[in-house]
Design a protein around this ligand. Structure first.
Ligand SMILES: *Cc1c(COP(=O)(O)O)cnc(C)c1O
Length: 391
């Protein structure tokens, strides 16, 4: 059906039951070798390497179903899946950066993205420069004749700055640079970067798309001009996702919208409660009117997820440990996007180079899971109590 809304597309995208005995979900193909019946078929496959199924690493009906679904949701031409979010990021960067190029990356980018750029791309003669996430159209002043790509992440990892994506994309495109974004926070549902001039949108599907903290998966949504080079690079580096992880991604997609709404609701309620706590000096949440990037978020996004940050008054480590170690519902750990609530102390100041993170206090990143919000608040309240008693 044409012109359906995102929630409807989410349910049906990438499915073709009648190609498979009417069974609703596509089969999970465990595949390395694919047999060709004749020499002619073998040679024919060579001429259309990405359109046929010819070897597990190059794509299977399972990876194609997942890629088709995500591309359709985000308004992309086609998508390329990868073994993790970081594999998706490094593949996309490798597709468009070459020796002698200058590339621009937001100072708010995910730490491991920076590490790959600084420690691997730099070794191959790519000059990496970081820019202020608040740069907007001012990015024009940083673009050079050899700038091959501009890499955005919005909201920023740990610090949640919202970037003016259309303005950055317009300036970069005018200078002939590719524009990429890490769109993990928004998922394909809450922001559609390709509709704002971005060429390539990358997701750690490990987070909300899989949604249950039990698989690693990445996906790169591409416009028509970018897809073939990204696909070729993915095949060259061999970053194929495993079939069961793709299955979990496909399964997760169908409930993404209902889960996200609950994550959003709980995060906003927690943020309200936290904002009123004496220990909390700031809440970093793009959907709150007191957040500096709020107007941009409101203009471009259709909602928010469960991930946000707070700044709390600095306390000695034993007091922080007393709070965090005793939490019963909030787990302490990396990643996010699963059904469970998480909390993580973070130190953005240590990794920045183009800007300074000078906010006083201690940054805690929270992920609002699917638990009852009153129980989550009680867990945090007792945590603050333990913190106070340890001072
Ligand atoms: C987790 C994360 C990644 C990396 O994804 P993995 O699937 O863990 O490799 C990339 N970007 C952002 C914003 C993330 O939070």
């Amino acid at each position: 059906m044409k012109d359906t809304k995102p929630d409807t597309r989410l349910v049906h995208a990438g499915l073709d039951p009648h190609a498979n005995f009417g069974i609703v979900n596509p089969p999970v193909y465990h595949c390395s070798t694919v047999l060709f019946p004749t020499l002619e078929a073998l040679e024919g496959a060579d001429r259309a390497p990405f359109e046929t199924v010819q070897y597990g690493r190059m794509g299977t009906p399972t990876s194609q179903a997942f890629e088709k679904a995500v591309a359709e949701l985000e308004g992309g031409y086609r998508a390329v899946s990868a073994a993790s979010g970081l594999a998706a990021i490094t593949t996309a960067l490798l597709a468009f950066a070459k020796a002698g190029d200058h590339i621009l990356i937001t100072d708010s980018a995910y730490g491991p993205t920076r590490r790959f750029a600084n420690e691997t791309l730099a070794r191959f003669g790519v000059e990496v420069e970081y820019f202020d996430p608040a740069v907007g159209a001012g990015i024009a002043a940083l673009l050079r004749p050899n700038t091959s790509l501009v890499y955005i992440e919005s909201p920023g990892s740990l610090t949640f700055e919202v970037q003016d994506v259309p303005a950055i994309a317009a300036a970069a495109k005018a200078a002939g640079a590719k524009v990429m974004i890490d769109n993990t926070w928004a998922t394909p549902l809450l922001f559609q970067p390709l509709r704002h001039g971005v060429d390539v949108s990358i997701h750690s599907a490990t987070k909300y798309i899989v949604g249950h903290a039990d698989a690693m998966l990445g996906v790169i949504v591409c416009n028509e001009e970018s897809w073939l080079e990204v696909k070729r690079t993915a095949v060259r580096v061999g970053t194929a996702a495993g079939p069961d992880d793709l299955f979990l991604g496909l399964r997760g997609l169908r409930t993404l919208s209902v889960r996200l709404k609950r994550h959003e609701q709980t995060a906003l309620a927690l943020a309200d409660w936290l904002a009123a706590r004496p220990e909390v000096t700031r809440v970093l949440h793009p959907a709150r009117t007191d957040f500096p990037g709020h107007a941009l978020w409101k203009r471009d996004f259709t909602g928010s997820c469960g991930l946000f940050g707070i700044l709390v008054n600095q306390v000695p480590k034993p007091a922080l440990a007393a709070m965090l170690d005793g939490l019963e519902l909030f787990g302490m750990g990396y990643s996010w996007g699963g059904f469970e609530s998480l909390i993580l102390p973070a130190k953005p100041a240590a990794i920045r180079t183009a800007t300074r993170w000078e906010e006083p206090g201690l940054l805690l990143r929270l992920h609002a899971g699917l638990e009852d919000v009153d129980d989550l608040i009680r867990d945090l309240e007792r945590g603050f109590e333990r913190m106070k008693n340890a001072l």
